[in-house]
Design a protein around this ligand. Structure first.
Ligand code: WQD
Length: 337
Protein backbone atom coordinates (compact mmCIF):
# COMPACT_ATOMS: atom_id res chain seq x y z
CA UNK A 1 0.00 0.00 0.00
CA UNK A 2 1.51 3.31 -1.07
CA UNK A 3 0.84 6.34 1.12
CA UNK A 4 1.67 9.97 0.38
CA UNK A 5 2.82 12.00 3.38
CA UNK A 6 3.03 15.72 2.63
CA UNK A 7 5.32 17.57 5.02
CA UNK A 8 6.78 14.14 5.74
CA UNK A 9 10.19 15.53 6.73
CA UNK A 10 8.68 17.80 9.36
CA UNK A 11 8.35 17.18 13.10
CA UNK A 12 5.10 15.18 13.20
CA UNK A 13 5.37 14.07 9.57
CA UNK A 14 8.72 12.33 10.00
CA UNK A 15 7.55 10.46 13.10
CA UNK A 16 4.46 9.36 11.17
CA UNK A 17 6.58 8.13 8.24
CA UNK A 18 8.48 5.91 10.71
CA UNK A 19 5.28 4.44 12.12
CA UNK A 20 3.84 3.88 8.61
CA UNK A 21 7.00 2.04 7.58
CA UNK A 22 6.87 0.01 10.78
CA UNK A 23 3.38 -1.09 9.71
CA UNK A 24 4.62 -2.15 6.27
CA UNK A 25 3.34 0.78 4.24
CA UNK A 26 5.33 2.05 1.24
CA UNK A 27 5.74 5.77 1.86
CA UNK A 28 6.34 8.63 -0.55
CA UNK A 29 7.12 12.02 0.97
CA UNK A 30 6.58 15.48 -0.47
CA UNK A 31 8.37 18.26 1.39
CA UNK A 32 9.67 21.62 0.15
CA UNK A 33 12.18 21.80 3.04
CA UNK A 34 10.86 25.23 4.08
CA UNK A 35 10.91 24.21 7.74
CA UNK A 36 13.14 21.12 7.89
CA UNK A 37 16.21 19.56 6.30
CA UNK A 38 16.99 16.62 4.04
CA UNK A 39 19.00 15.01 6.86
CA UNK A 40 15.67 13.88 8.36
CA UNK A 41 15.60 11.20 5.62
CA UNK A 42 18.78 9.73 7.15
CA UNK A 43 17.17 9.78 10.58
CA UNK A 44 14.17 7.86 9.27
CA UNK A 45 16.40 5.32 7.55
CA UNK A 46 18.51 4.88 10.71
CA UNK A 47 15.34 3.94 12.59
CA UNK A 48 13.51 1.73 10.07
CA UNK A 49 16.25 0.75 7.62
CA UNK A 50 14.03 2.06 4.80
CA UNK A 51 14.33 5.34 2.92
CA UNK A 52 10.95 6.68 1.81
CA UNK A 53 10.67 7.93 -1.76
CA UNK A 54 11.01 11.71 -1.63
CA UNK A 55 10.11 14.60 -3.95
CA UNK A 56 10.82 18.27 -3.29
CA UNK A 57 7.57 19.86 -4.48
CA UNK A 58 6.05 23.16 -3.38
CA UNK A 59 2.35 22.31 -3.11
CA UNK A 60 1.43 25.88 -4.00
CA UNK A 61 2.44 25.03 -7.58
CA UNK A 62 -0.76 23.53 -8.96
CA UNK A 63 0.88 22.05 -12.07
CA UNK A 64 3.51 20.31 -9.97
CA UNK A 65 0.76 18.78 -7.81
CA UNK A 66 -1.15 17.63 -10.93
CA UNK A 67 2.01 16.15 -12.41
CA UNK A 68 2.82 14.30 -9.17
CA UNK A 69 -0.56 12.58 -9.04
CA UNK A 70 -0.34 11.70 -12.75
CA UNK A 71 2.96 9.93 -12.05
CA UNK A 72 1.69 8.22 -8.90
CA UNK A 73 -1.74 6.76 -9.66
CA UNK A 74 -1.31 3.97 -7.08
CA UNK A 75 -1.51 6.09 -3.93
CA UNK A 76 -4.05 4.55 -1.54
CA UNK A 77 -4.02 7.29 1.08
CA UNK A 78 -2.76 10.78 1.79
CA UNK A 79 -1.70 12.19 5.16
CA UNK A 80 -1.47 15.96 4.76
CA UNK A 81 0.89 17.69 7.20
CA UNK A 82 2.46 20.26 4.87
CA UNK A 83 1.50 23.70 6.20
CA UNK A 84 2.95 26.76 7.88
CA UNK A 85 2.28 26.51 11.60
CA UNK A 86 3.58 29.49 13.56
CA UNK A 87 0.70 31.41 15.10
CA UNK A 88 2.65 34.64 15.55
CA UNK A 89 4.07 34.57 12.02
CA UNK A 90 0.56 34.01 10.65
CA UNK A 91 -0.59 37.28 12.22
CA UNK A 92 2.33 39.15 10.59
CA UNK A 93 1.98 37.45 7.22
CA UNK A 94 -1.59 36.15 6.75
CA UNK A 95 -1.43 35.71 2.96
CA UNK A 96 1.56 33.37 3.28
CA UNK A 97 -0.64 31.20 5.49
CA UNK A 98 -3.78 31.39 3.35
CA UNK A 99 -1.82 30.57 0.21
CA UNK A 100 0.32 27.82 1.71
CA UNK A 101 -2.23 26.17 3.98
CA UNK A 102 -5.41 26.57 1.90
CA UNK A 103 -4.38 26.59 -1.79
CA UNK A 104 -2.19 23.53 -1.38
CA UNK A 105 -5.05 21.67 0.30
CA UNK A 106 -7.39 22.55 -2.57
CA UNK A 107 -4.89 21.38 -5.22
CA UNK A 108 -4.45 18.03 -3.48
CA UNK A 109 -8.20 17.49 -3.07
CA UNK A 110 -8.75 18.35 -6.75
CA UNK A 111 -6.49 15.43 -7.62
CA UNK A 112 -8.03 13.06 -5.09
CA UNK A 113 -11.58 13.68 -6.31
CA UNK A 114 -10.59 12.21 -9.68
CA UNK A 115 -9.68 8.85 -8.13
CA UNK A 116 -12.27 6.05 -7.79
CA UNK A 117 -11.64 6.14 -4.05
CA UNK A 118 -9.54 8.42 -1.85
CA UNK A 119 -8.56 8.33 1.82
CA UNK A 120 -7.41 11.59 3.36
CA UNK A 121 -6.04 12.33 6.84
CA UNK A 122 -5.86 16.02 7.74
CA UNK A 123 -3.55 17.61 10.28
CA UNK A 124 -5.81 19.93 12.25
CA UNK A 125 -5.34 21.57 15.63
CA UNK A 126 -7.03 22.23 18.95
CA UNK A 127 -6.48 25.86 18.09
CA UNK A 128 -9.82 25.71 16.26
CA UNK A 129 -11.54 25.64 19.66
CA UNK A 130 -9.96 28.89 20.84
CA UNK A 131 -10.77 29.14 24.55
CA UNK A 132 -13.36 26.38 24.85
CA UNK A 133 -16.16 26.81 27.37
CA UNK A 134 -15.74 23.44 29.05
CA UNK A 135 -12.72 21.27 29.90
CA UNK A 136 -11.88 18.65 28.78
CA UNK A 137 -12.74 19.69 25.23
CA UNK A 138 -14.98 17.40 23.15
CA UNK A 139 -15.04 17.28 19.34
CA UNK A 140 -18.49 18.88 19.27
CA UNK A 141 -17.32 21.94 21.20
CA UNK A 142 -18.05 25.20 19.39
CA UNK A 143 -15.30 26.31 17.04
CA UNK A 144 -13.94 29.74 17.81
CA UNK A 145 -14.44 32.50 15.22
CA UNK A 146 -11.74 34.98 14.23
CA UNK A 147 -8.80 32.92 15.32
CA UNK A 148 -5.23 33.68 14.25
CA UNK A 149 -4.78 33.32 10.48
CA UNK A 150 -3.04 30.01 11.25
CA UNK A 151 -6.05 28.83 13.25
CA UNK A 152 -8.39 30.09 10.53
CA UNK A 153 -6.58 28.01 7.91
CA UNK A 154 -7.15 24.89 10.00
CA UNK A 155 -10.84 25.69 10.51
CA UNK A 156 -11.31 26.57 6.84
CA UNK A 157 -9.38 23.47 5.85
CA UNK A 158 -11.80 21.31 7.81
CA UNK A 159 -14.76 22.98 6.08
CA UNK A 160 -13.22 22.57 2.61
CA UNK A 161 -12.66 18.87 3.27
CA UNK A 162 -16.17 18.39 4.67
CA UNK A 163 -17.85 20.15 1.73
CA UNK A 164 -15.75 18.23 -0.79
CA UNK A 165 -16.24 14.81 0.83
CA UNK A 166 -20.02 15.29 0.65
CA UNK A 167 -19.99 15.30 -3.17
CA UNK A 168 -16.97 13.16 -4.01
CA UNK A 169 -15.55 9.72 -3.20
CA UNK A 170 -13.11 11.22 -0.69
CA UNK A 171 -13.28 9.81 2.84
CA UNK A 172 -11.50 11.90 5.46
CA UNK A 173 -10.45 11.94 9.10
CA UNK A 174 -9.65 15.28 10.75
CA UNK A 175 -7.14 14.96 13.59
CA UNK A 176 -7.11 17.88 16.03
CA UNK A 177 -3.72 17.83 17.77
CA UNK A 178 -3.24 19.29 21.19
CA UNK A 179 0.39 20.09 22.00
CA UNK A 180 2.85 17.70 20.34
CA UNK A 181 6.19 17.40 22.17
CA UNK A 182 9.17 15.07 22.48
CA UNK A 183 11.16 13.04 19.98
CA UNK A 184 11.64 9.50 18.78
CA UNK A 185 13.23 7.40 21.58
CA UNK A 186 16.22 6.66 19.31
CA UNK A 187 16.90 10.45 19.10
CA UNK A 188 17.34 9.95 15.34
CA UNK A 189 14.50 12.39 14.59
CA UNK A 190 12.88 15.15 16.63
CA UNK A 191 11.77 18.77 16.63
CA UNK A 192 14.03 21.11 14.64
CA UNK A 193 12.75 24.61 15.37
CA UNK A 194 14.45 27.14 13.11
CA UNK A 195 15.53 30.30 14.95
CA UNK A 196 14.15 31.20 18.37
CA UNK A 197 11.59 28.52 19.36
CA UNK A 198 8.04 29.83 19.73
CA UNK A 199 6.85 26.68 21.49
CA UNK A 200 7.43 25.95 25.16
CA UNK A 201 9.23 22.63 25.15
CA UNK A 202 11.99 23.35 22.61
CA UNK A 203 12.60 26.66 24.38
CA UNK A 204 12.94 24.78 27.67
CA UNK A 205 15.39 22.21 26.29
CA UNK A 206 17.48 24.90 24.57
CA UNK A 207 17.57 26.86 27.84
CA UNK A 208 18.48 23.69 29.70
CA UNK A 209 21.35 23.18 27.28
CA UNK A 210 22.51 26.76 27.79
CA UNK A 211 21.58 28.08 24.36
CA UNK A 212 19.05 30.50 25.90
CA UNK A 213 19.62 32.55 29.04
CA UNK A 214 16.26 31.86 30.64
CA UNK A 215 12.68 30.91 29.84
CA UNK A 216 10.09 33.67 29.92
CA UNK A 217 6.88 32.26 31.40
CA UNK A 218 4.03 34.09 29.72
CA UNK A 219 1.82 34.94 32.68
CA UNK A 220 1.12 33.45 36.09
CA UNK A 221 -2.17 35.26 36.65
CA UNK A 222 -4.44 32.80 34.86
CA UNK A 223 -7.37 31.23 36.75
CA UNK A 224 -5.53 27.89 37.00
CA UNK A 225 -4.19 25.99 40.04
CA UNK A 226 -0.72 27.59 39.86
CA UNK A 227 -1.62 30.63 37.75
CA UNK A 228 0.16 29.46 34.60
CA UNK A 229 -1.65 28.34 31.45
CA UNK A 230 -2.66 24.71 30.99
CA UNK A 231 -2.19 22.58 27.87
CA UNK A 232 -2.37 18.91 26.85
CA UNK A 233 1.17 17.84 25.96
CA UNK A 234 1.18 14.68 23.86
CA UNK A 235 4.24 12.63 22.86
CA UNK A 236 4.84 12.97 19.12
CA UNK A 237 5.22 9.18 18.72
CA UNK A 238 1.78 8.62 20.25
CA UNK A 239 0.46 11.23 17.84
CA UNK A 240 2.17 9.54 14.89
CA UNK A 241 0.67 6.18 15.77
CA UNK A 242 -2.80 7.72 15.77
CA UNK A 243 -2.32 8.71 12.12
CA UNK A 244 -1.56 5.13 11.10
CA UNK A 245 -4.61 3.88 12.96
CA UNK A 246 -6.78 6.57 11.35
CA UNK A 247 -5.50 5.68 7.87
CA UNK A 248 -6.10 1.97 8.46
CA UNK A 249 -9.64 2.83 9.61
CA UNK A 250 -10.36 4.40 6.22
CA UNK A 251 -8.55 1.73 4.21
CA UNK A 252 -10.56 -0.97 6.00
CA UNK A 253 -13.77 1.08 5.52
CA UNK A 254 -14.43 1.15 9.26
CA UNK A 255 -15.33 4.86 9.20
CA UNK A 256 -18.94 5.61 10.19
CA UNK A 257 -19.22 8.73 8.03
CA UNK A 258 -17.45 10.43 5.14
CA UNK A 259 -15.66 12.79 7.54
CA UNK A 260 -14.76 11.90 11.13
CA UNK A 261 -13.06 14.15 13.67
CA UNK A 262 -10.88 13.13 16.62
CA UNK A 263 -9.07 15.06 19.34
CA UNK A 264 -5.54 13.75 19.83
CA UNK A 265 -4.36 14.49 23.34
CA UNK A 266 -3.60 12.69 26.58
CA UNK A 267 -6.74 13.98 28.29
CA UNK A 268 -4.57 15.51 31.02
CA UNK A 269 -3.81 19.21 31.37
CA UNK A 270 -0.37 20.37 32.52
CA UNK A 271 0.59 23.92 33.47
CA UNK A 272 3.73 25.70 32.29
CA UNK A 273 5.23 25.34 35.77
CA UNK A 274 4.43 21.62 35.77
CA UNK A 275 6.25 21.26 32.44
CA UNK A 276 9.23 23.12 33.87
CA UNK A 277 9.27 20.83 36.91
CA UNK A 278 9.02 17.80 34.64
CA UNK A 279 12.10 19.00 32.74
CA UNK A 280 14.01 19.58 35.98
CA UNK A 281 13.07 16.10 37.18
CA UNK A 282 14.11 14.24 34.03
CA UNK A 283 17.26 16.32 33.36
CA UNK A 284 18.44 16.89 36.91
CA UNK A 285 18.96 20.55 35.93
CA UNK A 286 17.51 23.70 37.44
CA UNK A 287 15.76 25.68 34.70
CA UNK A 288 16.28 29.48 34.85
CA UNK A 289 12.98 31.24 34.18
CA UNK A 290 11.19 34.49 34.88
CA UNK A 291 7.51 35.34 34.93
CA UNK A 292 6.52 37.97 32.35
CA UNK A 293 3.20 39.21 30.97
CA UNK A 294 0.74 37.04 29.12
CA UNK A 295 1.34 36.32 25.39
CA UNK A 296 -1.24 37.84 23.04
CA UNK A 297 -3.72 35.23 21.82
CA UNK A 298 -2.92 32.56 24.41
CA UNK A 299 -5.84 30.71 25.98
CA UNK A 300 -6.02 29.86 29.70
CA UNK A 301 -6.61 26.18 29.30
CA UNK A 302 -6.93 23.54 26.57
CA UNK A 303 -6.91 19.80 27.15
CA UNK A 304 -8.71 17.01 25.31
CA UNK A 305 -11.64 14.79 26.03
CA UNK A 306 -10.20 11.63 24.45
CA UNK A 307 -13.28 9.37 24.62
CA UNK A 308 -13.84 9.41 20.83
CA UNK A 309 -10.18 8.73 20.08
CA UNK A 310 -10.01 5.96 22.70
CA UNK A 311 -13.37 4.26 22.10
CA UNK A 312 -14.11 4.87 18.40
CA UNK A 313 -10.70 5.32 16.75
CA UNK A 314 -9.23 2.75 19.13
CA UNK A 315 -6.13 4.78 20.04
CA UNK A 316 -4.85 6.01 23.39
CA UNK A 317 -1.76 8.05 24.23
CA UNK A 318 0.75 5.90 26.12
CA UNK A 319 3.54 8.24 27.20
CA UNK A 320 3.60 10.41 30.30
CA UNK A 321 4.71 14.05 30.37
CA UNK A 322 8.00 13.01 31.99
CA UNK A 323 8.67 10.41 29.28
CA UNK A 324 7.92 12.93 26.55
CA UNK A 325 10.10 15.56 28.22
CA UNK A 326 12.94 13.07 28.69
CA UNK A 327 12.85 12.27 24.94
CA UNK A 328 12.90 15.99 24.09
CA UNK A 329 15.91 16.49 26.36
CA UNK A 330 17.72 13.45 24.89
CA UNK A 331 17.17 14.89 21.40
CA UNK A 332 18.42 18.36 22.39
CA UNK A 333 21.62 16.85 23.77
CA UNK A 334 22.05 14.68 20.68
CA UNK A 335 21.73 17.51 18.13
CA UNK A 336 24.06 19.76 20.11
CA UNK A 337 26.76 17.11 20.55
C1 WQD B 1 2.37 26.43 25.40
C2 WQD B 1 2.27 27.21 26.70
C3 WQD B 1 2.48 29.59 26.42
C4 WQD B 1 6.64 29.60 25.12
C5 WQD B 1 0.73 26.32 19.69
C6 WQD B 1 -0.22 26.51 18.55
C7 WQD B 1 -1.00 25.25 18.32
C8 WQD B 1 -0.05 24.10 18.12
C9 WQD B 1 0.89 23.97 19.32
C10 WQD B 1 0.36 23.78 15.77
C11 WQD B 1 1.43 28.50 26.57
C12 WQD B 1 3.63 29.04 27.25
C13 WQD B 1 5.39 29.19 25.54
C14 WQD B 1 7.47 30.35 26.01
C15 WQD B 1 5.74 30.23 27.67
N1 WQD B 1 0.73 24.30 16.95
N2 WQD B 1 4.95 29.50 26.79
N3 WQD B 1 6.98 30.63 27.25
O1 WQD B 1 0.50 28.20 22.09
O2 WQD B 1 -0.43 26.15 23.29
O3 WQD B 1 -0.03 26.05 20.84
O4 WQD B 1 1.59 25.22 19.44
O5 WQD B 1 -0.58 23.08 15.55
O6 WQD B 1 -1.80 25.41 17.17
O7 WQD B 1 -1.15 27.52 18.90
O8 WQD B 1 1.89 26.09 22.38
O9 WQD B 1 4.21 25.70 23.12
O10 WQD B 1 3.61 27.97 22.13
O11 WQD B 1 2.78 27.36 24.40
O12 WQD B 1 5.32 30.50 28.80
O13 WQD B 1 8.62 30.76 25.69
O14 WQD B 1 3.58 27.65 27.10
O15 WQD B 1 2.04 30.82 26.93
O16 WQD B 1 0.73 28.69 27.77
P1 WQD B 1 0.43 26.73 22.22
P2 WQD B 1 3.21 26.80 22.95
Amino acid sequence: MKVLVTGGLGFIGSHTVVELQNEGFEVIVIDNLSNTSLSVLDGIQNITGKVPQYENIDLREKERVQDFFKRHQDISGVIHFAASKAVGESVENPLLYYENNVSALVYILQQLQQKPEANFIFSSSCTVYGQAEKMPITEDAALQQALSPYGNTKAIGEEIITDTAKVTNINAILLRYFNPIGSHPTAEIGELPLGIPQNLVPFITQTGFGLRKELAVYGDDYPTPDGTAVRDYIHVVDLAKAHVIALQRLLNKKNKSKVETFNLGTGTGSSVLEVIHSFEKVSGKKLPFKIVGRREGDVTSAYANTDEANNVLGWKAQSTLDEAMASAWKWEQKIRS
